[in-house]
Each structure stands twice: as structure tokens, then as C-alpha cells.
Write a protein that binds this ligand. Structure first.
Ligand code: SAM
Length: 251
């Protein structure tokens, strides 16, 4: 479904959700339910490549993160791993880093994992952020943006809180094409949901994962949406044979 004129809202649509509000509620409940096993499942199901992806995405923004006067926001931070990767790169003397998420149990785990490092955690909806206009130099989101009930709404909210010249990095799952895509498809659509459901003990979220990646705009469409929202130099860099990738743009 492609809509560059924003006449149709497109976003995450978990099973049974009929509108934007019920989709957001279902996503919030889903992540709250799997929070206790989220980290374990992330590492198992990605064969630990998730750590490489967070670090690689963070390195992309090393210049901004090194600046003492800079502020970075990690949206949909979950249990905090992308924010921790940003913190490690920034060092304690670099940018101030804020993590935001709307699932309370995920944030509780982020706080527990913080271990004295100087991060700020905020319980907030990415579609209605409690920050003034132009308050960040960098916004990142790892595997979270795909879950928003309104992708264009999410991009506009990010543009609002970014300072002019500020940068965006969205790390997302994707599905590769060709022969690799065929093998990956079997893993992603059959093995992953079965293992995820067994370990989490919760039916639904790990079936939603491949469905939500399938619904997410293809890179060319997503880049067009980023441009429409006001980003220039919008690009997508595939990671690990295109099983994930980083969208970048500048306000
Ligand atoms: C797949 S997890 C990713 C967590 C973390 N960024 C990571 O890389 O592991 C997606 C997260 O997005 C959050 N999320 C989804 N929609 C959101 C929204 N509208 N506002 C804030 N957080 C949201 C969920 O609560 C969940 O914690």
C-alpha cells in the first residue's frame, strides 16, 4: 500500500485492531506481556546479531554523539539496548541521551539495566512526544518504528522534535529477496514464531513480528515518506544480507 499524499493512514495493525487507537493499545499490551523474556528472545532469535546491529547503527552517528552539547532521543527504546549503544559511543562526556517508550514493563527493565550510566528514561507515546519543538540533534529507533500505528504521523513527530540539521536513524527488520530471501522466509515466518511463542509463553507477538515486517513499506516507499515528512539525504543501508537495515535522514 503506497500513499505519498498521506490521505490514508498506514501503520502497524495487530490482529483484531480496527483503528489507530486499538492498534496502539494492542502493541502496548503485547510488549508489556513479553517484557520479561524480551531480551533473551531477541538474542536467541537473531543469533546475537542484534548487538552488532545496534552498535553499527550507533557508530553511524559517532560525530553527533561525541558532542557535549548534543541531545539524542532513542524512540521505542524498549529495554534500552540501542540507547546503551549510543551511551557507550558518546562516553560519559558526550551527548545527553534519553530513551522513550510507552510500555511500562519494558522501561522498568531498561532502568534496571542502566547500572548507574547517565541515561534518562521517559514513558511516552512516539506519536505524541512530551518534548518541545527542536529539542534533539539525533533521534534513533531500533525495531520500534514499525510498530507505530501511523508511520507518517511518527515521522512528522520526529521532525518536530529535531533541531534543524538534526539526524534520524531508524533501524528496522526487513526481508531480503532472491534465494537468501526464500530460506530466510522459512525461518522468519515458521521457525521464529514457533520458537518465540514457546519461550515467551505468550501467543500472538511472535506471529505479529513477521506480519508487521510484511506490512512495513519497502525501502523506496519509506524513503519517499521520509522526504515527504521533511527529511533530506534520506537513505537506506541494508545490514546482514538485507535482513535488517538503517534508514537515515537529515532535517
Ligand atoms: C521490538 S521493541 C524494540 C525495543 C528496542 N528498541 C530494541 O531494539 O530492542 C518495540 C518497542 O516499541 C515500543 N513502541 C511501539 N509503539 C510505540 C509508541 N507508539 N510509542 C512508544 N513506544 C512504542 C514498544 O513498547 C516496544 O518496547
Amino acid at each position: 500500500m503506497t500513499d505519498h499524499n498521506n490521505s490514508t493512514v498506514i501503520g502497524a495493525a495487530p490482529k483484531g485492531a480496527g483503528d489507530r487507537a486499538s492498534a496502539a493499545r494492542a502493541v502496548q499490551e503485547m510488549f508489556s506481556a513479553i517484557a520479561p523474556r524480551y531480551d533473551l528472545l531477541n538474542h536467541v532469535l537473531s543469533f546475537n546479531i542484534d548487538r552488532v546491529w545496534w552498535r553499527r547503527a550507533a557508530r553511524t552517528f559517532a560525530g553527533i554523539l561525541a558532542r557535549r552539547d548534543a541531545r539524542a532521543l532513542d524512540l521505542c527504546c524498549g529495554t534500552g539496548d540501542m540507547a546503551f549503544a549510543l551511551r557507550r559511543l558518546a562516553g560519559e562526556s558526550g551527548a545527553a541521551i534519553v530513551g522513550a517508550d510507552f510500555a511500562h514493563p519494558m522501561l522498568v527493565r531498561a532502568v534496571r539495566k542502566s547500572n548507574g550510566s547517565s541515561l534518562r528514561w521517559v514513558e511516552a507515546d512516539a506519536l505524541n512526544l512530551p518534548f518541545p519543538d527542536e529539542s534533539f540533534d539525533l533521534v534513533t529507533s531500533a525495531f520500534g518504528f514499525r510498530n507505530l500505528a501511523d508511520y507518517d504521523g511518527g515521522l512528522h513527530e520526529i521532525v518536530r522534535v529535531l533541531r534543524p540539521g538534526g539526524e534520524l536513524g531508524i533501524l528496522e527488520c526487513s526481508e531480503p529477496g532472491g534465494l537468501i530471501g526464500k530460506f530466510y522466509g522459512v525461518y522468519f515466518r515458521r521457525v521464529l514464531p514457533a520458537v518465540g511463542t514457546a519461550i515467551s509463553g505468550v501467543k500472538g507477538p511472535y506471529e505479529y513480528l513477521p506480519a508487521s515486517v510484511g506490512r512495513f513499506p519497502a525501502p523506496t516507499d519509506m524513503i519517499a515518506r521520509m522526504r515527504n515528512a521533511g527529511f533530506r539525504e534520506a537513505t537506506w543501508t541494508p545490514y546482514t544480507f538485507g535482513t535488517a537495515g538503517l534508514y537515515r535522514g537529515k532535517k
